[in-house]
Design a protein around this ligand. Structure first.
Ligand code: HAM
Length: 411
């Protein structure tokens, strides 16, 4: 538990550092939101998995299953007048009634990054590079990036006369790789064959796959446009030095708001996506805002924890010394607390003896916890403006002036 929380916090720290490096500003959104906000364009899959209840005012509300809807709503309200692009980071727990299993929880953590106001491939590339940066910064190895474009699928289906509701159902099934069920939902056999053909195109050479895709969808001008857009994003990402494992023309994601390039990052040995995202150019409009293009991604922090544990990734922390502070007798507790506070004011972490143990027991405990120092507050030393500092690793002890104590512990 403790080790997991430490890892999670470490990864949250890396997400915040990454956000700073790319110029994303943190936004804090509510955990409980109106149901209609969260349900709009979330997709059947997530809609069915929301924790929904009625609040005491009789409103239908839900625990957020993700951040994107909340941020899109903010873009139409309090953040409406912010200069574009607007770049946001949100970190927190999200809730989905998923079937619990390894890496799939009902409460989990996301770091969500959104860039609002750009319709350019640079923005899609930026979000992908940011995801890559985050996974690199936590020390993961061998992670892979998969790209697709929902516009290819949707435009192809539209041209074949498939209505939006059916399209949503088809994409949901394709997201789950239930291709036979997905394709059976479209009436036209020709359309089924075209969709099946997309499956064959998936490949590990991104440029070759896109070239094949562009040839394949030539009879569908809008799908071709989408494929060409995907090509420009792939080019930017690869040129910037980030490898793409695969381009998958039949790749779909569960959320319904996507309109453009979509992607996921994963480590093959885990078989779970560590993060994913894509372009959603119609969502802000749906919430009553001006038509505003947007793209973004969310990293699944619990899964990144699992992946770093599996790869035994060391946390690159700045080692801070652990120090216990123990008064020799009860009457000295007040003075000892004052010294502890003085150290904390100087940025030195201190764990005060709150168990009221005798010195020998307190020292034994400090040893067990692998503390670096124990500060002993005794009557005589205190009168001289000093304390005793025991170095547990070196097994030495010295008297130190209280005024120079912070320096001594910092080393
Ligand atoms: P999502 O793919 O639904 O996208 O979730 C993002 C990540 O959250 C997943 O890749 C996965 O790592 C993690 N995740 C999802 N479900 C679970 C679960 N039950 N337990 C643990 N981790 C999970 C979104 O949420 C979009 N809002 C991303 C986005 C932002 N698109 C555009 N902007």
């Amino acid at each position: 538990m403790l080790e997991e929380a430490e890892r999670l916090n470490y990864i949250i720290g890396k997400a915040k550092e990454t956000a700073t490096l790319f110029g994303y500003k943190e936004v804090i959104t509510p955990v409980v939101e109106p149901l209609e906000l969260l349900a709009a364009k979330a997709g059947e899959e997530i809609r069915q998995r929301m924790f929904i209840f009625e609040d005491m005012g009789g409103r239908r509300v839900a625990l957020r299953p993700e951040f994107t809807a909340s941020i899109a709503r903010l873009a139409t309200t309090v953040l409406r007048n912010e200069p574009k692009p607007l770049r946001t980071l949100s970190v927190g727990s999200v809730y989905r009634y998923d079937e619990p299993q390894k890496g799939r929880y009902r409460e989990f953590w996301q770091a969500d990054f959104e860039v609002i106001g750009s319709s350019k491939p640079e923005a899609d590339a930026e979000v992908i590079l940011l995801a890559n940066n985050l996974l690199k910064s936590v020390g993961l190895k061998g992670y892979a990036l998969k790209l697709g474009h929902v516009g290819v699928l949707r435009n192809l289906l539209t041209q074949e006369g498939v209505d939006e509701k059916t399209q949503n159902a088809v994409l949901q099934r394709m997201d789950k790789k239930e291709y036979d069920v997905a394709f059976a939902l479209v009436a036209s056999e020709k359309c089924q064959t075209v969709l099946r053909g997309l499956l064959e195109l998936k490949g590990n050479n991104a440029f070759e796959t896109i070239q094949n895709l562009c040839c394949y969808v030539k009879p569908y001008p809008k799908a071709l446009e989408a494929a060409e857009y995907l090509a420009s994003v792939v080019k930017l990402v690869v040129e910037s030095g980030c490898p793409i494992e695969s381009v998958d023309p039949a790749f779909a994601r569960g959320l319904e708001y996507y309109t453009g390039v979509i992607f996921e990052m994963y480590v093959p040995e885990l078989g779970l996506a560590l993060g994913g995202g894509g372009r959603y150019d119609k969502l802000i409009e749906l919430f009553g805002g001006e038509p505003t293009p947007a793209t973004g991604m969310a990293a699944g922090l619990d899964r990144i924890v699992i992946a770093t544990e599996a790869q035994e990734t060391k946390l690159q922390k700045q080692a801070s010394k652990r120090t216990a502070l123990v008064p020799i007798k009860e009457e000295l507790r007040g003075e000892a607390l004052k010294i502890a506070q003085m150290l904390r004011d100087a940025g030195v972490p201190v764990e005060f003896e709150v168990m009221g143990r005798k010195m020998a027991k307190a020292l034994e405990d400090a040893d067990k916890r692998k503390m670096d120092y124990v500060i002993i507050v005794g009557e005589r030393e205190l009168r001289e403006g000093k304390v005793v500092v025991k170095d547990l690793a070196k097994r030495t002890q010295v008297e130190v002036e209280i005024l120079g104590l912070a320096e001594k512990i910092r080393g």
